[in-house]
Write a protein that binds this ligand. Structure first.
Ligand SMILES: Cc1cc2nc3c(=O)[nH]c(=O)nc-3n(C[C@H](O)[C@H](O)[C@H](O)COP(=O)(O)OP(=O)(O)OC[C@H]3O[C@@H](n4cnc5c(N)ncnc54)[C@H](O)[C@@H]3O)c2cc1C
Length: 421
């Protein structure tokens, strides 16, 4: 029996009530296939952590695949795990660790589904690590006619399908590359002078397996640097003028947010899955009442792009909880925000004041325009001054026309930002 939750569903942040008529939860893969084949408008829904209408299907239905996800299947010889699309990273990681394996990287929160994260190009940090989608080595997609398409890395359309922004079908299963399990220590440094952050940007990024800078743009210092390092390793007594924090920190510490929901800091070693995310699974991640925006620019442009944003910092700060700056290695996935370029991602956690945030976004985008910014597909952006010149965008559009000829997976977000109509 297909479960139906009719009426208005909302996203995690509560800033969007979906225009879809209902959320359907099939109990078997065959039910899911029939649903997709017979639908006029349909969209796979993950854990609803996106801040815009990317997951909406106005007037149509949203498909919750949690009823057909099954259990993760570990292949220890190949060092891979195959999971249902609706599995959340947080539900998977302890089991991998017990078996001696790890994922190379994670996002700031473990609450999000694998398929939803991969579809939007979700990422963690670390100059050597691409986004989470780069760990996908195979996937199964339920396409518009109800058939299942399996693609493996190296297949012709594979690199187009992985970061699919929900436009190509519903991903039912994904196979992820694993690495041997590892431990991580997390250290926070306070008050990095902006001049040092810009001058020593490369050395700071090289100082950890994963590095995040947190700022509110309003002060002469970057409020915090978070270093996540593998194994029992010595960390510097100071970092280009920043000093070790004297207690646990929330990223939005400068806005007065306490550290209760964060993973352990102060150098205490722990498993990769309990240090790479900033936030713990059993708690509300981040702040809760918030909105988010993020732009990716080429890594080499980082200091100039950050300087440009500091110039409008006085307009950003009143609406901001905190900004995070991370680096991401290039991948070859067609619509990945770091497709074909090493990137720095500049993130904004906003106060929940959407009209004012939306009014400011064109200013941010024109400020970043000289650096060819790309948006995070799951966060708020305006769009006009953005670089949608992904090297394979035309191929992606052709692939979508082939897999979904009537556009049942298309929605207003995709029409605006991907299909240009
Ligand atoms: C507190 C917070 C912290 C965050 N931190 C980070 C971060 O550190 N790094 C980062 O990059 N992002 C971050 N994000 C953004 C988040 O990772 C993305 O919005 C991600 O897409 C959320 O996954 P989801 O499962 O909620 O997907 P949803 O929001 O439900 O859906 C997103 C898209 O994925 C598609 N989709 C979902 N399931 C499937 C499926 N089975 N098959 C095909 N398409 C599917 C949907 O159709 C939609 O297009 C954060 C968000 C929040 C709320």
């Amino acid at each position: 029996m297909i479960e139906s939750a009719s009426g208005a569903a909302a996203n995690w942040a509560g800033n969007l009530t979906y225009g879809a008529r209902e959320v359907l939860t099939p109990r078997t893969l065959d039910e899911a296939r029939e649903l997709v084949a017979s639908a006029e408008k349909i969209k796979a829904l993950g854990s609803r952590h996106s801040f815009n209408d990317v997951a909406d299907s106005p007037g149509g239905v949203q498909l919750d695949l949690s009823g057909v996800s099954g259990s993760p299947s570990l292949d220890t010889r190949a060092a891979t795990v195959t999971v249902g699309g609706s599995v959340r990273y947080g539900d998977l990681v302890a089991q991998l660790d017990e078996a001696g394996f790890a994922l190379e990287n994670l996002a700031s929160l473990p609450h999000i589904t694998v398929a939803g994260s991969v579809a939007t190009g979700t990422h963690g940090s670390g100059e050597r690590h691409p986004g989470l989608a780069a760990a996908v080595s195979a996937l199964e997609v339920l396409t518009a006619d109800g058939s299942l398409l399996t693609l493996t890395r190296g297949d012709a359309d594979f690199a187009g399908v992985v970061v699919g922004v929900g436009a190509l079908g519903a991903v039912t299963r994904l196979t992820l590359d694993l690495v041997p399990s590892f431990t991580v220590r997390q250290d926070v440094y306070d008050n990095l002078p902006w001049s040092a952050a810009l001058t020593h940007f490369d050395e700071i990024q090289a100082a950890g397996y994963s590095v995040s800078l947190f700022t509110n743009w309003a002060r002469d210092v970057v409020d915090q640097v978070w270093l996540k390092n593998r194994g029992p390793v010595e960390v510097p007594a100071s970092l280009f003028g920043a000093v070790p924090a004297d207690g646990p920190r929330h990223p939005a510490h400068a806005a007065g947010v306490p550290a209760g929901n964060t993973t352990a800091q102060l150098g205490a070693p722990g498993p990769w899955y309990d240090r790479l995310p900033h936030f713990r699974l059993g708690f509300t991640p981040s702040v809760g009442a918030e909105l988010q925006t993020e732009y990716f620019v080429p890594r080499a442009a980082a200091p100039a792009a950050l300087e440009a944003l500091r110039g409008v910092g006085h307009r950003i700060a009143p609406l901001l909880l905190v900004s995070e700056i991370r680096t991401i290695a290039a991948d070859d996935l067609w619509l990945s925000p770091s497709s074909a370029r090493d990137s720095v991602a500049i993130h904004f956690t906003w106060l929940p004041r959407q009209p004012e945030v939306e009014a400011l976004l064109p200013t941010l985008e024109s400020t970043l325009a000289p650096f060819a910014p790309r948006p995070h597909w799951g966060k708020l952006f305006h769009g006009e001054a953005l670089d949608l010149a992904y090297p394979r965008l035309a191929d992606f559009r052709a692939l979508a026309a082939r897999l979904d000829p009537t556009g049942k997976f298309r929605n207003p977000f995709l029409d605006r930002h991907v299909f240009g109509s």
